[in-house]
Design a protein around this ligand. Structure first.
Ligand SMILES: Cc1cc2nc3c(=O)[nH]c(=O)nc-3n(C[C@H](O)[C@H](O)[C@H](O)COP(=O)(O)O)c2cc1C
Length: 206
């Protein structure tokens, strides 16, 4: 498979000063064209043994602070982040021939913001967070249907409180690269780097 990318280009004469504004524009365009989850991204972390690990998570909020996703604070990714909070996010939107790469620092969001998001989740997802000890090893024949039935019954008439081990991380960006596929492999790339005060821009060769 070998596509020639022709759909769009980066307007180098009118670049956004703030990469988060740029990102919002691109993700909104991705949501419009992608019937699936345009907010899905690959999160990479580093293990205690310096091994990279990647998995998909869903971006649930984007603000001036950064990129927020939710997960289990006892999962493997959370254990990695506790040891080394430098992470990377990668968004790929094939319909638009675009990629965004983010490097940053992952920090737990405050408990109130995690509570607010947890309350919005469908009850079945809330129960799922209670049931799954994410990333732990379980019996190969373990049947979630039985325990799900039991827990559903138990919480039939009750509101579910967010378990303390479930919540959000915000990735505070240090570097964001926008990539737009172009014909003949002369792709457009623009890198934003934060120097502690302002975002500096560089164009990169394809
Ligand atoms: C489309 C998609 C969306 C996902 N969204 C999330 C998510 O938002 N949070 C999460 O913890 N896991 C999510 N997962 C599951 C993760 O990829 C991963 O299996 C899980 O978090 C365990 O990762 P870990 O063992 O490295 O911690 C998603 C998987 C896919 C394929």
């Amino acid at each position: 498979m070998r596509l020639n990318y022709t759909k769009s280009k980066i307007d180098f004469e009118n670049l956004e000063k703030d990469p988060l504004t740029f990102f919002l524009k691109w993700i909104q365009e991705a949501i419009e064209v992608d019937k699936n989850e345009a907010n899905a991204c690959v999160l990479s972390t580093i293990s205690a043994h310096n091994k990279p690990l990647s998995r998909v998570v869903l971006l649930k909020d984007i603000s001036t602070k950064g990129f927020t996703f939710f997960t289990n604070y006892k999962s493997e990714k959370a254990i990695n982040i506790k040891k080394n909070n430098s992470v990377a996010l990668n968004f790929y939107w094939p319909e638009l021939e675009r990629q965004v790469r983010v490097n940053g620092i992952a920090k737990k969001i405050n408990a109130k913001d995690s509570d607010d998001y947890f309350k919005e989740r469908p009850k079945e997802s809330q129960l799922g967070s209670l049931l799954s000890n994410q990333s732990s090893v379980i019996d190969i024949m373990y049947n979630f249907d039985n325990s799900f039935k039991k827990i559903k019954e138990k919480y039939k008439n009750q509101k579910i409180k967010r378990p303390k081990y479930w919540g959000g991380y915000c990735v505070i960006p240090e570097k964001i690269e926008f990539w737009q596929g172009r014909p003949s492999r002369f792709h457009d790339r623009i890198l934003y780097e934060f120097d502690g005060k302002i975002w500096n821009l560089k164009r990169l060769a394809p």
